[in-house]
Design a protein around this ligand. Structure first.
Ligand code: SF4
Ligand code: SF4
Length: 167
C-alpha cells in the first residue's frame, strides 16, 4: 500500500511516530543525533554503508526502511549529505534556554551565511517563523550538497525541515 507521504509529498505526524529512523526524545536531549526521515520502501542504502559506527541498519533487503540506533550515532553528519533523498537531518535538543538546532542538507544557491535570519518551514512548506543560521558547511567531499544548521525553539526541532532566505 502506498505510504501517506507518497500521497502528501511529506512525512505525516503518524509516519514520523512509527518511523524506525527517528531518535528518541531522550537521545535528542543528550546532543546531536541523526533523524532518518525516510518513509519510502525504495531500494537504497547509502545511509547504511556510510555510517562507520553501524548506527543505521537497512539490512539485506535494501527496500527496508532504515533503522537508527541513536545510542551509537556519533553525529559525524556523513549520512546527511550522502542520502540522495535528502531524508536525513541532525537534531540537537541539548541547548539551554529552550533552544535546539536542526542541521539539514541544502542544495539551493545562493547559500545563506552564518548569522543570517531565515524563515523556518515545516515539512509541508508552511512557515514556522524566524530562525538564525548558526553554521553552513560545504566541502569537496559533499559535492553539491551543503548543510545548513539553524537554531530554533525546541518545540520546532522535529518540525523545521527547510528554510527560505529573506534576501
Ligand atoms: S551522523 Fe554519522 S554516526 Fe550518526 S547515523 Fe549518520 S553516519 Fe552514522
Ligand atoms: S540513503 Fe536516504 S533515501 Fe536511501 S534509504 Fe537511506 S535515508 Fe532512505
Amino acid at each position: 500500500m502506498p505510504s501517506e507521504s507518497s500521497k502528501t509529498g511529506f512525512l505525516t505526524d503518524e509516519e514520523l511516530k512509527n518511523s524506525p529512523g527517528i531518535p528518541s526524545e531522550a537521545r535528542r536531549r543528550k546532543g546531536p543525533v541523526a533523524s532518518i526521515e525516510c518513509m519510502e520502501d525504495i531500494p537504497c542504502n547509502p545511509c547504511e554503508s556510510s555510517c562507520h559506527v553501524d548506527a543505521i541498519i537497512v539490512g539485506e533487503d535494501i527496500t527496508n526502511l532504515p533503522q537508527l540506533d541513536g545510542e551509537k550515532c556519533v553525529a559525524c553528519q556523513t549520512c546527511v549529505y550522502i542520502c540522495p533523498g535528502q531524508a536525513i537531518v541532525m537534531v540537537d535538543e541539548s541547548l539551554p534556554e529552550g533552544k535546539a538546532t536542526v542541521m539539514m542538507p541544502y542544495e539551493y544557491r545562493p547559500l545563506p551565511d552564518t548569522g543570517d535570519v531565515v524563515t523556518a518551514l515545516n515539512r509541508a512548506g508552511q512557515t514556522l517563523g524566524d530562525a538564525k543560521v548558526v553554521a553552513v558547511r560545504q566541502t569537496k567531499r559533499m559535492d553539491q550538497t551543503a548543510t545548513v544548521t539553524i537554531e530554533v525553539p525546541k518545540e520546532w526541532s522535529m518540525q523545521a525541515r527547510a528554510i527560505r532566505l529573506k534576501r
